[in-house]
Design a protein around this ligand. Structure first.
Ligand code: PHB
Ligand code: FE
Length: 322
C-alpha cells in the first residue's frame, strides 16, 4: 500500500491531499478538487458531511455522490473516485475522469483529510441545528466525533455480547424525541436460552441517536440488514444504488428526490409519511429531505451477488411485480 500524500499546512492552515491525479485543497469556505481535465468547488460543509459518511460507511453500497460532479463507486475491495462520471454534460464534453484505488489507500487518504479539515466544534454527522459551523481558518480538531464508533450488530442490539441498548448513562434523548416512551420489553427466556431470546425498544433506541443520516446495523440475519437512522435536514450525499433498498418510514415525514443513477435526470419525487413503505430501485440515485427529525428504517440486502445479477440483467432493478 502507498502512503497518504499530504502537504504541510497551506495559508488557511489545512493540508493539501493528492490521490492519483486528483488534488484536494481546503480554504476557509470551500473544498477545491482538481483532476487532469477540470476543477470543482464544493462548500466545505457539503464536502465534510459527505466525506464523513463515505469514511464511516467504508464507501457504502454503490455510488456516493458528494454533489452532481464528485464522488465514489464501491467495488468492494477497490473504489473508483470520479469527477463528472454521472453527469451528462461532463460526459458529453468528455471532461469526466475516473480512477480506481485499492480501498485501504483511498480510505486512509479520506480519513486523514476528514480529520485535518474538521475544526473544533464541528460535527459532520450532527444536524446543522446541533453543531458549530465548519468554516474559517484551521482551529483545533474534532477527532473523537469523526472517528466515532459505528453501530454494527452481528445479531441484534441487546443480545448478550452484541451492541448494547442506549441509556441515560451513554446517550441523552434528542430534543425532538422527548415524547418517545422509554420502556423496554420484558423478556422471559426459558432457562438456557437467555442468550438466544432478546427484544428491545427500537423507538427508544433511535430517540437517543446523536447523529443524522447515518444508518446503523441494529440486526443482521444472513444478508438481511436492518439499518434504521434518524434524519433532520438533508441527506448529505446523493446515493446511487447498486441494489434495491427498502425504506420504512417509522415516524414523521421525508421527501425523496429520485433521479436516474447515471444521468441525474429526474424520475420521481416520493413523499413518505409515517408508516409508508417504499422500494428504491437498483438503478437510481436519491437524496432525502426531512423537515423535522424523523426515524427511517433502511433495509439492505448485503449480498454482493445481487449487484452482479442486476448488472448482467439476470435480476430486475426492482423487487416486486404488481
Ligand atoms: C440511502 O442512501 O438510502 C440512505 C443513506 C443514509 C440515510 C438514509 C438513506 O440516513
Ligand atoms: Fe440509498
Amino acid at each position: 500500500m502507498t502512503a497518504v500524500e499530504a502537504s504541510t499546512a497551506t495559508s488557511a492552515g489545512y493540508q493539501d491531499f493528492t490521490l492519483g491525479a486528483f488534488h484536494f485543497r481546503r480554504d476557509e469556505f470551500f473544498a477545491h478538487v482538481t483532476w487532469p481535465t477540470g476543477q470543482h468547488m464544493l462548500s466545505i460543509d457539503t464536502f465534510l458531511r459527505a466525506l464523513q459518511r463515505d469514511v464511516a460507511w467504508d464507501f457504502f453500497y454503490g455510488t456516493v455522490n458528494f454533489d452532481a460532479v464528485f464522488g465514489t463507486v464501491n467495488h468492494y475491495g477497490t473504489v473508483d473516485m470520479f469527477a463528472g462520471r454521472f453527469n451528462e454534460a461532463y460526459r458529453k464534453a468528455e471532461l469526466d475522469h475516473t480512477e480506481n484505488f485499492e480501498t485501504p489507500l483511498i480510505r486512509d487518504t479520506f480519513k486523514a483529510m476528514l480529520d485535518n479539515w474538521t475544526n473544533e466544534g464541528f460535527d459532520p454527522f450532527a444536524s446543522p441545528a446541533e453543531t458549530d459551523k465548519p468554516f474559517g481558518m484551521k482551529h483545533g480538531s474534532n477527532t473523537s466525533a469523526v472517528t466515532r464508533h459505528r453501530v454494527t450488530a452481528s445479531r441484534m442490539v441487546s443480545v448478550p455480547g452484541d451492541e448494547p441498548i442506549r441509556t441515560d448513562a451513554t446517550h441523552s434523548i434528542n430534543r425532538m424525541f422527548a415524547d418517545v416512551t422509554q420502556d423496554e420489553p420484558e423478556v422471559h427466556a426459558e432457562a438456557g436460552f437467555e442468550a438466544e431470546v432478546a427484544a428491545f425498544n427500537l423507538y427508544a433506541y433511535l430517540s437517543r441517536s446523536d447523529v443524522t443520516w447515518n444508518p446503523s446495523v441494529v440486526s443482521q440475519c444472513k444478508a438481511s440488514l436492518y439499518c434504521p437512522t434518524t434524519e433532520e435536514y438533508i441527506l448529505p450525499v446523493i446515493h446511487g444504488n447498486d441494489r434495491v433498498e427498502w425504506f420504512v418510514q417509522l415516524s414523521d415525514e421525508i421527501v425523496w428526490d429520485v433521479q436516474d443513477r447515471d444521468t441525474g435526470s429526474p424520475r420521481a419525487k416520493v413523499t413518505m409519511k409515517a408508516g409508508d413503505v417504499a422500494a428504491m430501485p437498483g438503478d437510481i440515485r436519491h437524496q432525502g429531505y426531512s423537515p423535522k427529525r424523523s426515524m427511517l428504517l433502511v433495509w439492505e440486502n448485503a449480498s454482493n451477488d445481487v449487484v452482479e445479477l442486476i448488472r448482467t440483467g439476470k435480476a430486475p432493478t426492482y423487487p416486486v411485480e404488481f
